[in-house]
Design a protein around this ligand. Structure first.
Ligand code: FDA
Length: 531
């Protein structure tokens, strides 16, 4: 009997697939056995291990997923989720993961824009930090130790319980996790006065690829530099950060003033670009731009100036009158409150009790986000072109957020920590488009819209590299090969955008601390020696 070459090749291919599937299933079983054994050895309960057979598996998996888009695409689900109560369980997970070659992903708040903490193209398991969330505050030294499974809301709430004049500078959404947020930067309403979250990290506890636990001293200054903004995942699992708290006045002032096109929004937004990064650094004037239906039924642009001033309204008004009279701010627009209430205000829960900061229940949405840095004001005709994008049919849940830089951000050298976006930036643009579950069948339409807008904006934003904010992760700007060795060349495509020249130092450090690339994902630092 004659067997054709192509039939033979096909049979071999089929056999290869079947063998690799069988060995992959085998590895998964061995991995689980290993995990149970290691947990027993360290007297840990195995009820913090969830497999798809477990009734709570789906709710544990979904509970912190903020963006449903990545999960609704092709990625695999984890075949195990571990919710450690003790660091020895993470060490056990690392040991078994290395032994059986199963990829580990770590998740803190689950807010990754591309879902890299909970989906993957290859078989993987999740170490979910939700139970490691203790926070201890030292009001004498103005410091806090915060475990990475805590949320920003829990951190803010706990600080405010202890003091009226201490606070922390980090993001706006209370359900964002400390683990991912601090690892990638952490911009918030006090960043012009106090910088970003990562600027305030003074110590950390980290488990490395060998399962060793380090503090700042034992990890060394290079690794300690890398974990303050060099992105989650690449260097180890951060168990906790020690941060320096900031001192704030007992009263702050907030306002949210909106202007539409017939109220001169275009001219005011244009003027904002000359003012917001230079104005008193106690004031952060954030700008949110959306298309809305006006009273005459036509679409218009609504510019919302959402702002925090670290001080009383009577100090704020003269500053606004002198530097930004075009907005026409009056006392009635402003509300004085303690800082902790302002965190509730900016999270969109105005008037609700502070307990809302502890609520971990997620609002699930489908969205795609992107970011840019602006170094020269966008001319009025450029703004009008942006309005056209926002006013397109079908675009109802899109928003552009303009977050001003300047202030102390300008004074910190670019190489101080890996987060490089310092002097010379007027503001960051955050583009976001969302859609409902019913619309998900047409998600590509929305994704194409944001990609078109991003492409149009190239003329107005930073170049060579076109900078982007790591915490608004965007796989469109480049990604590592999913399997096999990560190439430096490939990673450079996205790496220089997020980290500018700090990318080279991050690669060098990765090469020293994790040369086998144990901690990896689609945008993790590659361990390639440059020297
Ligand atoms: P998640 O758990 O998904 O982790 C993100 C990445 O870090 C993943 O790669 C993960 O593996 C890794 N990681 C997580 N924990 C780790 C650990 N312990 N050790 C090592 N690696 C770890 N940003 C901002 O600067 N200002 C803001 O105001 C906001 N607001 C905001 C609102 C909303 C609704 C969303 C969805 C996001 C933001 N962000 C933001 C962006 C946010 O800072 C970013 O998505 C963070 O990475 C989220 O951190 P999580 O721990 O929640 O995510």
């Amino acid at each position: 009997m004659q067997i054709s070459g192509s039939f033979l090749t096909f049979s071999l291919f089929l056999a290869f697939i079947l063998i690799s599937r069988a060995s992959s299933a085998h590895n998964k079983n061995d991995f689980l056995e290993c995990l149970n054994l290691q947990f027993q050895k360290s007297n840990s309960e195995s009820d913090s291990i969830y497999t798809p057979q477990n009734a709570s598996y789906s709710s544990v998996l979904q509970s912190t997923i903020r963006n449903l888009r990545p999960a609704s695409n092709s990625g695999q689900r984890p075949f195990v989720i571990i919710t450690p109560e003790h660091e020895s369980q993470i060490q056990a997970a690392i040991y078994c993961s290395k032994k059986y070659g199963i990829q580990l992903k770590v998740r803190s708040g689950g807010h990754d824009y591309e879902g890299l903490s909970y989906i993957s193209q290859t078989p993987f398991f999740i170490v979910d930090m939700r139970n490691l969330r203790s926070i201890s505050i030292d009001t004498e030294k103005n410091t806090a130790w915060v475990q990475t499974g805590a949320t920003l809301g829990e951190l803010y709430y706990t600080i405010a319980e202890k003091s009226k004049t201490l606070a922390f500078t980090a993001g706006v959404c209370p359900t964002v996790g400390v683990g991912g947020h601090f690892s990638g930067g952490g911009y918030g309403m006090m960043s012009r006065k106090h910088g970003i979250a990562a600027d305030h990290i003074i110590d950390a506890k980290l488990i490395d690829a060998n399962g060793q636990i380090h503090d700042r001293e034992s990890m060394g200054e290079d690794l300690f530099w890398a974990i303050r903004g060099g992105g989650g995942t690449s260097f180890g699992i951060v168990l906790s950060f020690k941060v320096k708290l900031i001192v704030i006045p007992e009263t702050v002032t907030v306002f949210n003033v909106t202007r539409t096109l017939d109220q001169n929004a275009t001219q005011i937004v244009h003027r904002w670009q000359y003012v917001a990064h230079k104005i008193d650094e106690n004031l952060l004037l954030r700008l949110f731009l959306r298309s809305i239906n006006s009273s005459n039924g036509k679409r218009t642009i609504r510019a919302s100036f959402t702002s925090l001033y670290l001080g009383p309204v009577d100090d704020l008004l003269p500053i606004m009158q002198e530097k930004f009279p075009e907005l026409g701010l009056v006392k009635e627009d402003c509300t004085e409150m303690p800082w902790i209430e302002s965190t509730v205000f900016f999270a969109g829960f105005r008037g609700q009790s502070l307990d809302v900061l502890l609520n971990r229940t997620q609002v699930f949405v489908y969205f795609k986000g992107k970011s840019d840095y602006v170094k020269q004001p966008i001319p009025e005709y450029g703004l009008k072109s942006i309005w056209k994008f926002l006013n397109e049919d079908d675009v109802y849940r899109a928003e552009l957020q303009f977050s001003p830089y300047g202030g102390i951000i300008d004074d910190i050298p670019e190489s101080e920590i890996p987060f490089p976006h310092r002097s010379g930036n007027i503001f960051m643009i955050h583009y976001i488009v969302g859609w409902s579950e019913e619309e998900n069948a047409y998600s590509q339409r929305h994704i194409n819209w944001i990609r078109r807008l991003y492409s149009f904006m190239a003329r107005y934003v930073s170049k060579s590299p076109r900078e982007a904010y790591f915490n608004y992760r965007d796989l469109d700007i480049g990604m590592n090969k999913i399997e096999g060795n990560t190439s430096y060349k490939q990673a450079s495509v996205w790496g220089f955008k997020y980290f500018n020249n700090n990318f080279r130092r991050l690669v060098h450090i990765k090469n020293k601390v994790d040369p086998t690339n144990f901690f990896r994902n689609e945008q993790s630092i590659p361990p390639v020696s440059l020297w």
